[in-house]
Design a protein around this ligand. Structure first.
Ligand SMILES: *Cc1c(COP(=O)(O)O)cnc(C)c1O
Length: 422
């Protein structure tokens, strides 16, 4: 094809109406997609290519902190892209310094490394743990402990860290040096440590989510995390938290660890940090700020555009006191979901979560599976996302209003009745 023909074909493709068949003919089938194409959003609402509107309680999976088309985010990134959107980390990037200053002033951490996603942030954390093991603990093959039912991303080391066999299948050999322990189970952790001690192994770090998101919205247990903190101090293991989903305000505190009464040595952030603009970060305390020049890098990490997005999110969170909204709307949502549980005890088993990450736990009615409920909710005009085999997750933008929570609850009930009656 001549260059003119190629360009004409691109123009034609852009101009043609959306078709799922045309999409599936050229995009890899790595996702199970709902037959829905979204093209516009405003606040907590999105519109599909047919013009139908939906209340968005997925928010790009716990990512669009300020919902869609938020004026401050739009202005910040528009302004930045006109000035300078990307330069290399060979140079100082002022916006990166400003975002790092805000993050360190508002967390237990002292230094930040920027990247582009949750998996990439966890890769950095895994390298940090390895370096701590190799240099501080002088172990050649240090072990990293992670939890069963955890989720840390899909790159090879992050998926190895993910304690769910279904994500490992077909990708052997995985990365060496990971062991899994049951979440929130101190006796099992102590037993695993004793076993590894007896085998002469060195554990460099334990990597945990403060609340397991994808694995089923399982909040961490305070007593467990406090005991893990003590074990880490005694054994010079790093306690690394994956705050990719709950960090940046979603838990009702800025960081998930604040709900647990502990401080990690390091933690990772991504989803909510840029409000939907890709950005991730590894944050460390000064005591484990051990990655040196040349040891880790990312071409896009911390570029002016992504950091400006992060700064806009931080500014609006502070100015509009979003944490108070997250707490109040979260309580309202949990109370409403609990009423549904009380009304339909044969279908629903309970509600759990923090702030604006909440899970509705289903019983084993064959008609009322997470996927079936999510599909029925789409019919009602509500977007929800499954979490594990028995939970439906509610993760709206942090700006969600009381009226929108009530609307979502009513739609959830209608969706439930629609499938339960089958
Ligand atoms: C989503 C998620 C990740 C992976 O983030 P990506 O940006 O998809 O790589 C890692 N950890 C947790 C806890 C997550 O929820």
């Amino acid at each position: 094809m001549s260059p003119e023909t190629v360009l004409a074909a691109v123009d034609a493709a852009i101009a043609s109406p959306f078709s799922t068949d045309a999409f599936d003919a050229c995009v890899m089938q790595t996702y199970g997609r709902f037959p829905l194409a979204l093209e516009r959003g405003e606040g907590c609402r999105v519109w599909d290519t047919q013009g139908r509107s939906y209340l968005d309680f997925v928010a790009g999976i716990a990512t669009c902190t300020l919902g869609h088309a938020h004026p401050e985010l739009v202005d910040a990134i528009s302004d930045q892209i006109r000035k300078l959107h990307h330069v290399s980390n060979l140079y100082y990037i002022p916006e990166q310094g400003q975002l790092a200053a805000w993050l360190t002033a508002n967390s237990c951490a002292d230094r930040v490394f920027f990247c582009n996603s949750g998996a990439e942030a966890n890769e950095a954390a895994i390298k940090l743990a390895r370096k701590h093991g190799n240099t501080v603990l002088e172990a050649e093959n240090p072990i990293i402990l992670t939890a069963q039912a955890s989720f840390h991303g899909r790159t090879l080391a992050a998926v190895t860290a993910t304690g769910q066999p279904k994500y490992h299948k077909g990708f052997q050999p995985l990365v060496q040096g990971f062991r899994y322990v049951p979440y929130n189970d101190l006796a099992a952790l102590e037993a695993t440590l004793a076993e590894l001690d007896a085998a002469g192994e060195t554990v460099a770090a334990i990597l945990l989510e403060p609340l397991q998101g994808e694995g089923g919205v399982n909040p961490g247990d305070r007593a467990y995390f406090q005991a893990v903190r003590q074990l880490c101090d005694q054994r010079r293991m790093l306690l690394i938290l994956d705050e990719v989903q709950v960090g940046m305000g979603r838990s009702g505190q800025l960081w998930g660890y604040e709900n647990l009464g502990i401080e990690p040595d390091a933690f990772t952030v991504a989803k909510g940090l840029g409000g939907g603009v890709p950005i991730g970060a590894l944050l460390v305390k000064a005591s484990c700020n051990i990655l040196q020049a040349g040891e880790h890098a990312s071409t896009f990490g911390g570029n002016p555009l992504a950091c400006r997005a992060g700064l806009a999110i931080a500014q609006v969170m502070e100015r509009d006191q979003l944490l108070a909204n997250v707490q109040a709307r979260g309580e309202q949502l949990r109370a409403g979901l609990q009423e549904l549980v009380d009304r339909y005890p044969n279908l629903l088993a309970g509600v759990r979560g923090w702030g604006l990450i909440n899970g509705l736990v289903l019983r084993n009615d064959p008609n009322v599976t997470p996927i079936a409920l999510v599909k029925a909710a789409i019919e009602q005009g509500l977007l929800l996302v499954p979490a594990g085999a028995e939970v439906v997750r509610f993760v709206p933008p942090l700006i969600v209003s009381a009226a929108e929570i009530d609307e979502a609850l009513a739609m959830t009930e209608r969706a439930l009745l629609a499938i339960a009656g089958e």
